[in-house]
Design a protein around this ligand. Structure first.
Ligand code: HAM
Length: 427
């Protein structure tokens, strides 16, 4: 029989790895709470139309990377429906915002999420078919201030704070504005005209994109195309006055707060819903897939999927990439150590050992329980790998109530009365 393995592009995370994942998630929750975000959990699959209408038919994600299936009707009352594993979470959050009429509160909604996303991409370092995102969205009616450039700056400042607190040094914030829908339409025309003259010398993908979605040409990674792309007009020159003022206000607030950034005219991002501010935080330690996170403003997304006017801005971080970066910076979590390993001297002492473990665990200690059939040497070896202390439990110790504790860091052996054991082991 062939052995079954995890599917290509998916991975198991073992306890030695999840410790770091948990630290990242705990830091995100703590930082987001200080900015008054609440958690939202949306379903892992949605109606396919949600993604085609929001992320966009022409994007790589929708045109070739989604896990989509026809869900057959099981009863007369049900219809066959096209469903898709979510490739990202912004669309689901905005759908939930509309469905639960969160705009009716008149308040800004600040929502964060942590969870798996699915894209059928070619797997490589930092790129998986099931990956985890930590993201957040700030969305609301314009009367709640959702269109303000202060929201953009606040989100970017929060990300800088999060990465700093996590211990990721050397990040770069790349910033751009893709303008309003009208600005983008104008820029698309300017770009199409410019591309007419040069596109015949570019890669096949660019030739197709020049017709279907010229903006995507700026995402091209083919080295030979780069000098040509460098000569193309930049979007900043196609922005109208309102978009220009908005972007200037974002950068002014970042300057005031001391958040460093670099402008990148080519940062148009791979999803169609963006308007105005777009950004990525990149890191040199990641190699080809260097985006730690990406995001931007999406002022027309709610209306595009049938909702009220609800401008918003958000981001998603690739959790897998945060882990890789921390590991590269030697910031991986130290292997967790339990407070004590209890070594019963003989199988008859097993029940007493369980009782002692129960007492200590209930006092809040992390305890590993050995087995009475172990020779003492084997107990010491196991304890040395996992615990800070070993507690020997023999007949004498049980009768006298005085336990022998060896502390590995110092090599010290101490006799500790049972009522004082929890306090001693916590030191
Ligand atoms: P995105 O740029 O498609 O944006 O993804 C955000 C981040 O998810 C990327 O920067 C990367 O770190 C991570 N990521 C994407 N694909 C993969 C993959 N195959 N394997 C590992 N990590 C990956 C979005 O998803 C938008 N929803 C972000 C957003 C929220 N914009 C506004 N609000």
């Amino acid at each position: 029989m062939t052995t079954l393995k995890a599917v290509r592009g998916t991975r198991d995370l073992l306890p030695s790895e999840t410790a770091l994942w948990n630290r990242i998630e705990a830091t995100a929750r703590a930082v987001f709470a200080r900015y008054n975000f609440g958690e939202i959990r949306t379903p892992i699959f949605e109606d396919t139309a949600l993604f085609s209408r929001s992320v966009g038919e022409e994007t790589d994600i929708v045109s070739k990377e989604m896990y989509t299936w026809e869900d057959r009707a099981r009863a007369q009352s049900e219809k066959t429906q096209s469903l898709t594993l979510r490739p990202e979470n912004t669309a689901g959050v905005v759908r939930a915002y509309i469905e639960h009429q969160l705009g009716e509160t008149g308040l800004l909604q600040k929502l964060f999420y942590i969870g798996p996303q699915f894209r059928r991409e070619r797997p490589q370092k930092g790129r998986y078919r099931q990956f985890s995102q930590i993201g957040a969205e700030v969305i609301g009616p314009p009367s709640a201030g959702s269109e303000s450039p202060l929201r953009d700056a606040e989100v970017l400042e929060m990300l800088a704070t999060f990465l700093d607190e996590l211990g990721i040094t050397g990040w770069i914030l790349e910033l751009n504005s893709v303008g309003s829908a009208a600005d983008r339409a104008r820029y698309n025309e300017v770009l199409r005209t410019a591309l007419d003259l040069v596109v015949s010398g570019m890669c096949a993908d660019c030739q197709r994109r020049a017709v279907t979605n010229p903006l995507r040409v700026l995402d091209c990674k083919v080295p030979a195309d780069q000098p040509i792309i460098a000569t193309l007009p930049v979007i900043a020159d196609s922005l109208d006055e309102a978009s220009r003022v908005h972007f200037a206000a974002v950068t002014a607030a970042l300057d005031a707060a001391g958040v460093p950034y670099t402008l990148n005219h080519r940062l148009v991002r791979g999803l169609d819903y963006y308007t105005r501010t777009t950004f990525e935080f990149t890191h040199g330690g990641l190699g080809a897939q260097n985006a730690l996170l990406g995001g931007g403003r999406y002022d027309g997304l709610s209306e595009a999927i049938g909702g009220p006017k609800a401008p918003g801005i958000g981001f998603a971080m690739g959790e897998d990439r945060l882990v890789l970066t921390l590991a590269a910076l030697n910031q991986g979590a130290a292997p967790p150590q339990v407070d004590a390993f209890i070594a019963p001297l003989g199988e008859s002492l097993n029940p007493a050992a369980l009782t002692l473990a129960r007492e200590l665990r209930r006092a809040g200690l992390r305890i590993e329980l050995g087995e009475g059939s172990f020779r003492l040497k084997k107990s010491f070896e196991a304890a040395d790998k996992t615990a800070r202390n070993i507690v020997i439990l023999g007949e004498d110790e049980l009768q006298s109530g005085i336990l022998t504790v060896k502390t590995f860091a110092t090599g010290a052996q101490t006799k500790v009365p049972r009522p004082e054991l929890a306090v001693f082991l916590k030191q």
